[in-house]
Design a protein around this ligand. Structure first.
Ligand SMILES: Nc1ncnc2c1ncn2[C@@H]1O[C@H](COP(=O)(O)OP(=O)(O)OP(=O)(O)O)[C@@H](O)[C@H]1O
Ligand SMILES: [Mg+2]
Length: 504
């Protein structure tokens, strides 16, 4: 959990998750009340653990359920995503209990219902003895109601929150519901699961990054000629790091083997980005049954490595958290590193390899250590390590950058993404807004966005949705707080939360 102090009363964006176990009443017919209580209690504990895993805060335990906040005490720019992943994890955890319950007592209806919704909530303290933060408001009420409307085993998400999730998750319309005391019906979507990799295509063409693209192309040319490369893509949130990485991926096409791993703001498993990259290459996902992952690992790695398979499989299995018979000491950090490098080397003999690690300012120590070994490998093999990062002095990512510049400077390209020129921002607006919007409005947006492409997109979208209005005599862009696009709002609040208290 975050160690920031609980804030004093304020209105802020919060994502709220309610989860409630159903089917425990039937258990009461087979079990003693205290046995039911213990079972449900254990289940609730597991759900709370899922919340904490993703950096949320459990606010209350109510009977068979929990209420959790993401964004209290500190906002993260990905709070809705954290809530969504938590919800999916909760379904998994409870499904496991349900299987046990069915096996033991033949009861089939043990399940959980989840509701997720975000929005502005008044966050403050209640309770004297052990004060806890509560987030009050419409957003919370809607989250609670969505939970009660969800079918057992399902997650319902409010519309605005669903929009924030749409690029990473599969959602299905679940209808509109009248809620007591609310004038407008609430549109809900069912959260099905994470989207398959690579299904996100850039909507607008890239603008204003000719030099950067030329540098990337240069590095790619060197790689294809067999020279190992290191590329550092640096920039503030929203500046276009991921986008340029995507452009590089598209350029590289079939010439390279593309491996990609994402560092997570909430940590996740140790060395997660490397787990992510290996799973991606195997065509596997983290939630998949162990036996499926094991089968894929044996098949794909076997084809690549032949007789060497048994040398690396136990250690890579340990990294992936799948059981594979092998010597007991196969899972040490050294063995995992050796096995991973062995695999990458074999891949690079087939064709050049790109190892893309996203957002290394969030890297953990084991990720940094393994990444250093891959940087070393770039000296000896046709491997390009591409790192994206925000400047974060003191982070493992910053250490990696220094290592690349210090030990591998001759093959390192550092690209810092500065704000877009006004002209480039205008070009983006022209694509998003078309020619409908007048020049003065467009100029206002350009000024407001300060060259950050994410801001350009979000402000333009807000304008289209009616979230901006002119103010005063001269036309300025004024963002109405209640209509601030959620992505931008979270970004801004997350940024403010990172400031020292006095500077806000
Ligand atoms: N040069 C550009 N031209 C057009 N669109 C761009 C450009 N750069 C970024 N974008 C768009 O702006 C949005 C934000 O970019 P992106 O997600 O790549 O930023 P980021 O630096 O990776 O941010 P974060 O730190 O949040 O990961 C995306 O929708 C992206 O497609
Ligand atoms: Mg990014």
């Amino acid at each position: 959990m975050t160690d920031a102090p609980i804030p004093e009363d304020e209105v802020r964006p919060v994502t709220i998750l309610f989860a409630d176990i159903v089917g425990s009443t039937a258990l009461g017919e087979r079990l003693q009340p205290e046995e039911v209580k213990a079972l449900v209690g254990e289940c609730v504990t597991m759900m709370s653990r899922a919340v904490e895993e993703y950096g949320g805060m459990v606010q209350a335990y109510a009977g068979d359920g929990i209420c959790a906040y993401f964004g209290v005490p500190a906002a993260h720019d990905d709070d809705p995503e954290r809530a969504a992943r938590t919800g999916l994890r909760i379904l998994e955890v409870v499904a496991e209990y349900a299987r046990d319950v069915e096996a033991a007592w033949g009861l089939a209806d043990f399940a959980v219902r989840v509701g997720i919704n975000g929005g502005q909530a008044a966050v403050g303290q209640v309770g004297a003895a052990e004060p806890g933060a509560v987030a009050l408001g419409d957003a919370t009420n809607v989250a609670a109601r969505l939970q009660s409307l969800a079918l057992p085993g399902a997650i319902l998400v409010g519309e605005a929150t669903a929009r924030r999730l749409a690029h990473r998750f599969v959602l299905e319309p679940a209808g509109a519901f009248e809620l007591k005391g609310r004038k407008t019906p609430v549109t809900a979507l069912r959260l099905v699961g994470p989207k398959a990799r690579g299904s996100d295509a850039g909507a607008t063409p890239v603008v204003g990054r000719d030099d950067e693209m030329a540098q990337l192309l240069g590095a790619l040319g060197d790689l294809v000629a067999g020279r190992g490369q290191i590329v550092l893509l640096l920039g503030d949130p929203g500046m276009g790091k991921t986008r340029l990485l995507g452009e590089l991926h598209a350029l590289a096409g079939e010439h390279v083997t593309w491996l990609e791993g994402h560092c997570l703001s909430y940590g996740g498993l140790a060395a997660w980005p490397f787990v992510d990259a290996l799973l991606g290459w195997l065509g596997a996902e983290i939630g998949e049954p162990e036996i499926a992952v094991r089968t894929k690992a044996r098949a794909r790695l076997g084809t690549l490595l032949g007789d060497d398979l048994e040398k690396v499989l136990p250690a890579l299995g340990r990294l992936l958290r799948i059981r594979i018979e092998g010597p007991d000491d196969a899972g040490g950090a050294d063995q995992i590193r050796e096995a991973y490098i062995h695999w990458l080397k074999a891949l690079a003999r087939e064709r050049p390899v790109v190892v893309a690690l996203e957002d290394v300012h969030w890297a953990d120590t084991s990720t940094r250590e393994l990444a250093e070994a891959v940087l070393d490998l770039a000296e000896r093999a046709a491997i390009a390590v591409v790192l994206t990062a925000e400047a974060a002095p003191g982070s493992e990512g910053a250490a990696l950058r220094l290592r690349a510049l210090g030990n591998h400077g001759h093959r390192t390209t550092e690209i810092s993404l500065d704000p877009l020129s006004d002209q480039a921002a205008e070009e983006m607006l022209a694509v998003i807004l078309g020619s409908e919007v007048d020049a003065v409005t467009r100029m206002g947006l350009v000024r407001e966005a300060e060259g950050n492409p994410l801001y350009v997109e979000e402000l333009a979208r807000a304008l289209l949705e009616g979230g901006l209005e002119p103010r005063g005599r001269t036309w300025t862009v004024t963002v109405r707080a209640d209509l601030l696009p959620p992505a931008l709002e979270n970004l801004l609040v997350a940024r403010i939360d990172r400031l020292p208290v006095g500077a806000r």
